[in-house]
Design a protein around this ligand. Sequence first.
Ligand SMILES: Nc1nc2c(ncn2[C@@H]2O[C@H](COP(=O)(O)OP(=O)(O)OP(=O)(O)O)[C@@H](O)[C@H]2O)c(=O)[nH]1
Ligand SMILES: [Zn+2]
Length: 380
Amino acid sequence: MTSALQVIGWPFVGSRPIAGETVPGGWAVLFIAHPGARPARIVEQHRSGYVVAEAPDDGYPAESLPEWQRAGNYRKGGIDPESRPAVGDWVLVEGEGGAARIVALLPRYSAVKRAAAGEHYKQQLIAANVDTVFVVCGLDDDFNPRRIERYLLLVRSGGAEPVVVLTKADRAEAGRQGAVADAVAGLGDLGLEGLAVVPVNARDPSSVDALADWLHPGRTVVLVGSSGAGKSTLTNSLFGNERMKTGAVRERDSRGRHTTTHRALVALPSGACLIDTPGMRELKPTGEEDVTENFSDIEALAATCRFRDCAHGKEPGCAVRAAIESGVLDAERFANYRKLSDEVAGAAATLAERRVEQKARGRDQSRTLNRRLDEKYGRH
Ligand SMILES: Nc1nc2c(ncn2[C@@H]2O[C@H](COP(=O)(O)OP(=O)(O)OP(=O)(O)O)[C@@H](O)[C@H]2O)c(=O)[nH]1
Ligand SMILES: [Zn+2]
């Protein structure tokens, strides 16, 4: 039997792990430290606090730790936004009804992150504790192996497993026989070994059954992909015959009227759960990615260049350029590697800058505090 907790993604059969179950790092010690607490999942994050749940569609507000409440003042020296819970995080809760309070954040075992655009460089945690990210891409004008590669880089760096879902396979095949096989083979050429690529007709629930392997009880999935790729259509099909808009459920408000509200975390009939936070669309690198992971072939070539710091431009003895000239390495793939490396390096520089600022701010604060203490109690 699947428990209510499992349906919202809890990875254990009971409310605490039993012998033989794999426990994520850092969890065991918190279970011991809080013997009277119970697990719950963050389903909504607001300025004023969190909504947690222990069963599908049954969220309730819980008081958070004081240090998380100050996080809004991050630029004035509050805690790093990443150290406080996000949608998908597991927490330990004590107390009932209006007195429920979070006593601990269980360390997340994976995260989907992106760099947010805007005036200040900011890293956004889109969802925590995600097992599988479906990278949704249509087999139409949207089909773009380079973009898929970019998504894979981001997903893998966060610790989740990417699965490429190619929608509109029905249309592609109707247009030209063999089109789907060609696209799948094209992705194979990217050298992404072990990557699952699943062509589907997102409108047809029986076709979407091909994703069943990733939708077992206790698993959490997320869908990413550009606008029009078929995310909403796919989500509807994952719900089977219950036709509803993505992540939206109809529920009665206090006056008994039916209203449609957005739910970030929804249980699927298969027993898995889906996190769908607004703005989970295009992903940008955060600066923490390891580009070499997706391009091990290029790194291996570069290691054999004559010069260790070869920029693969006009240097003599460049193995990378030789591979491109002899057709072993696709020039476009190399260009994409370059572009991604530059983007990640740029983001990494901004991230480093931000960390220096943050440190300086921390130093200023402790100086001010020391001065105040000195004034009050005299030097000691
Ligand atoms: N024939 C066919 N049509 C599809 C398939 N997947 C999506 N579509 C159609 O493509 C259009 C866009 O699909 P959506 O599901 O709205 O795309 P989305 O990714 O949710 O787009 P945003 O909400 O803008 O992010 C719709 O008209 C769908 O009916 C498919 O596998 N086959
Ligand atoms: Zn070189």
